[in-house]
Design a protein around this ligand. Structure first.
Ligand SMILES: [Cu+2]
Length: 129
């Protein structure tokens, strides 16, 4: 049994993909949700690099950051997974929400889940390279 354990240990040590992301090294990135805008756009991130996405709603209305493709492709930290519902994060007036994620390469769109707000301009692009 012992050599088998040793072998499994070697495989784990040699596979960086299996290592947990180092969330303490996460790059901080502020996203401002206002009535009716999402800034900045485009947001540019590095694929595979842990990111602390801070969603700030400085308006007096509720908004959401809806980015199903981005959240679905990336690896969200376990404790934030429940905050992302149906690919969106709800951010109440004056609230700030943090999501830690390792983004996957791709081009994604983000928008407010409120159709009227979206028409008024609440959309942004996300580029992960
Ligand atoms: Cu909105």
């Amino acid at each position: 049994m012992r050599p088998l354990f040793l072998f499994a240990g070697l495989i784990l040590a040699a596979s960086p993909a299996l290592a947990a992301p180092d969330w303490r090294q996460a790059r901080e990135y502020d996203v401002l949700l206002s009535s009716f805008d999402i800034q900045p756009t485009p947001m540019t991130f590095k694929a595979g690099e842990p990111l602390r996405l801070r969603l700030i709603n400085n308006s007096t209305e509720a908004h959401s950051f809806s980015a199903g493709g981005f959240f679905g492709a990336g690896e969200i930290r376990t404790r934030e997974r429940a905050i992302v519902k149906g690919g969106a994060v709800q951010v109440g007036p004056g609230e700030t929400r943090e999501i830690l994620i390792v983004p996957a390469a791709g081009r994604y769109s983000a928008r407010c889940g409120n159709l009227f707000h979206r028409i008024m301009g609440m959309s942004a692009r996300i580029v992960v390279e």
